[in-house]
Write a protein that binds this ligand. Sequence first.
Ligand code: R1P
Ligand code: URA
Length: 285
Amino acid sequence: MNKPISESDLILNPDGSVYHLNLLPEDLAGTVITVGDPDRVASVSKYFDRIDIRKGKREFITHTGFIGNKRVSVISTGIGTDNIDIVLNELDALVNIDLESRQPKPVLQSMDIIRIGTSGSIQADIPMGTILASGYGLGLDALMRFYESGPELPLLTAVKSHFDAVPHLQPYLFPADPGLLQQIGAGLATGITVTAPGFYAPQGRAVRARRTIPKLIPLLSSFNHHGHRISNLEMETAGIYALAAVLGHRALSVNAILASRLSFAFEKEPQRVVDGAIQHVLERL
Ligand SMILES: O=P(O)(O)O[C@H]1O[C@H](CO)[C@@H](O)[C@H]1O
Ligand SMILES: O=c1cc[nH]c(=O)[nH]1
C-alpha cells in the first residue's frame, strides 16, 4: 500500500465530506454541470424531474437529481480558474479516492463535466445570443504552471508565435472532449475560447486603470491557424479542460454569448440566452 494522502493535502470535514464542496461521494452524479453563478444552479435544476440533494458551502452550491433515468449534478464554481482548481480536484477526489483509506481507487472513473457559462464574443460573425461550444480552451492564467501535463499541441505552438510581441502572455491550450463536443456541441458555433485571469484589462476592457495590452482584442481575434480562430473570452474553460485532461475526465464548455467586444454592446435579455444554453445542454445529455 502507498502512503495515504495526508489530512492537509486532502482536507475532509467532520462528516467526511470534501472541504470546500461539502459533498460526500454518494451526493455526486457521474454527469456534472458546472455554472459560475450560484443562482444559476436552480435555473438548471428546475428542469430536473426530481432533486434529491441540495448542499453547499461558500460559492459552491450543488443540486443532484434525475432527468428521466439519468442522474445529474449541477454545481456552481464561482468565478475563475483558482476556483476551478478546487472544484475539479474535489470532484475527482469524490469519485477516485477512497476517502476512508485515503488511497486512490484501483479502478479510476471518468466523469462528464459540462460548463454552462456566459461569455463575450470577439468575432463579428458570432453575435450576442449565440450559443457556442468551446473546441479548445486557451488559458492566459497561471494554473497550468503548477501541474504536469502532456506535450504541447501544434495549435499552441502557433498561438505562442502569434503572441510573440507580448512575451508575458504564456498560454496553455487543451481541447474539448471530442465525444461531448459531438454529442452536445453539434450544430453550435465553435472556436477557441480564451480563459482570462480577470474580467477587465485581462479581457481587454478599458475603464479607468491603464492597460499593458491595449490591443488585446485585435491580437486575439486576428489569430487564424488552418481555420482555427479565437472566438470568445471568459474565465474558466481552459482550467476545466486542462484539469479534466490531467485527471482523466471528459469536459465540454458551452457559452452563452452575452457581450460583443467588437460592437461594445451587451445583451438586453441575458437570462433568455442563458436559459437557451441550459435547455440545449439538458436536451442533449
Ligand atoms: O457566467 P459564468 O459561468 O460565471 O461565466 C463567466 O462570467 C463570469 C464573469 O462575469 C466568469 O465566471 C466568466 O467565465
Ligand atoms: O465578456 C464577458 C462576458 C461574460 N463573462 C466574461 O468573462 N466576459
